[in-house]
Each structure stands twice: as C-alpha cells, then as structure tokens.
Design a protein around this ligand. Sequence first.
Ligand SMILES: CC(C)(COP(=O)(O)OP(=O)(O)OC[C@H]1O[C@@H](n2cnc3c(N)ncnc32)[C@H](O)[C@@H]1OP(=O)(O)O)[C@@H](O)C(=O)NCCC(=O)NCCS
Length: 238
Amino acid sequence: MASFTNHSCLHNVQHSFIDDIVIVRATKDIPAGTEILIRYRERATDFPKAAQASERFESSHPLFTQFKKEIMATPSQSTQKEVSIVKASVDDASAIKQMVDSAYAKYIDRIGKPPAPMSEDYYSVIQTSQVFILKEHNKSSIGAITLSFDDGSKTVKIDNLVVDPAAQGRGYGRVLMKHAENLALSQNIFILELYTNAKMYENIRLYAKLGFIEDGRRTEDGFDRVYFRKALDRGGKA
Ligand SMILES: CC(C)(COP(=O)(O)OP(=O)(O)OC[C@H]1O[C@@H](n2cnc3c(N)ncnc32)[C@H](O)[C@@H]1OP(=O)(O)O)[C@@H](O)C(=O)NCCC(=O)NCCS
C-alpha cells in the first residue's frame, strides 16, 4: 500500500493513530488502483486559518474551487468526532421544538402560515415515532430527524428533518439522512419517502441532490406538498 500512498492537500482519505497503527478512512469513493492521498496536517488544526485565507483569496482555478468547497462545506474532523446521533427522549421535546421553530420560521411569509412541523407536539411525536437527535459534545441539540417505519409497505417515511440554523450548511442534514438510510437497510427496508412544501424551493433542490425522485404533488391539510421517494441500494439483496 505504501507505494500507492502520497501526500496532497486535496486528500481522499483521513488518517488517525492508535499507538503505532494508522487508521485510514476514505472520505470519498476511491476507484480501484487510485492513489491514496493523505494530507499531513489535519483539518482540525488547519480549518480556521484555511477558512480565513480562502475568504480573502479568490481564484477560478478548479483546484482552488475544490479546496474551498471541501474546506468550507464539510464538518471538520474535530466536529465530526464531537457529534453523535441518539434516540430522542421526551426530555428532548422542547429542544426539538425550539430548533423547529427557528429553522422553519423563514417559511411563514412564503406559505402564509406556520409550516406543519411548527404545530407538532414533539412530546407526543417522540413517543409515537422514531425521533433521532444530533447532539454536539453529547449535550446541545443541533439537528433531528423523525422517522415512521411502515412494515406493511416496506417504507421508511421521513416525517421531519431539521438542523439548527446556526449549524446548517455543514453536512449535518446529510448525516441525519444517512442515519435514516442505515436504519432502513438494517431492517431490510429499501424505500425512503418524504414530502416537502411546494414553496420550500430549496428543499426540492436538496432532496434531488440527495438522490430522491419526485413522486407526485397534492394538496393536503391546506398545504401544497411535493412527494419524494428514494430507492436504496439493496447491496445484492433480492
Ligand atoms: C433542510 C436542512 C435540514 C438541511 O440541513 P443542512 O445541514 O443545512 O444540509 P447539509 O449541509 O447536509 O446539505 C446537504 C446537501 O444539500 C445541499 N443543500 C443544503 N441546503 C440547500 C439549499 N438551501 N438549496 C440547495 N441545496 C442545499 C447542500 O449543498 C448539500 O449538498 P452537497 O453535500 O452536495 O454540497 C436544513 O436546511 C433545515 O433545517 N432547513 C429548515 C427546515 C426544513 O426545511 N426541513 C426540511 C423540511 S421538508
């Protein structure tokens, strides 16, 4: 492997150490035969300086564009270590409600009324659905996802996905969605379903980006909804 490993700021793995063992984890798909690229200094130490520098420096060079996208858009290694996803308990109800209120407030004018998630009673949602909460430092809540498993139709419905506005754009929405996919797969369920409001334009783009396909539009409970489905990779299972 040593002959395939090289240094590059535009890495495709991250490495860490336990004693003299190097643990190398891919940060993107690496086709067979591709050189393994490690950066010597990890983002945890480089991030603040790199972020500041990239704010002052502009270039249209493709390498700079890729560097800026990776540095600015991916949670830092230290951040990734400090977040965890846990099943929500009723004690988390008020934190979830607060996150939902602040994250969804921007849609009120657009829709003409508070979006449905703002009217939910999270104390009861936590007891009737599977709610998972993304916590930072094992304490503060920065995101949540609500799932309903339908064993009959073999689907998992994503009833709500939210990331605290202060933590948005750092990959946490994707992390929560990946958690939903992994849970579905662990129960041999291969279809995810969700809907969003037709006026939440950014979500329509976001779900398409996350691999969902639009599956119809209808008006329900006074809301214009766009339905999406995603077929998960069965990994060879029939
Ligand atoms: C929707 C939401 C959960 C996304 O969380 P997030 O942590 O900001 O999302 P991420 O940083 O993981 O982004 C995931 C992908 O979606 C893209 N994305 C995020 N926000 C987007 C937007 N407004 N428009 C288009 N794409 C967007 C990101 O670029 C990223 O793709 P990439 O990894 O290829 O760059 C968050 O914005 C939110 O809580 N919004 C308010 C509540 C809401 O609308 N929930 C969904 C209701 S259906």
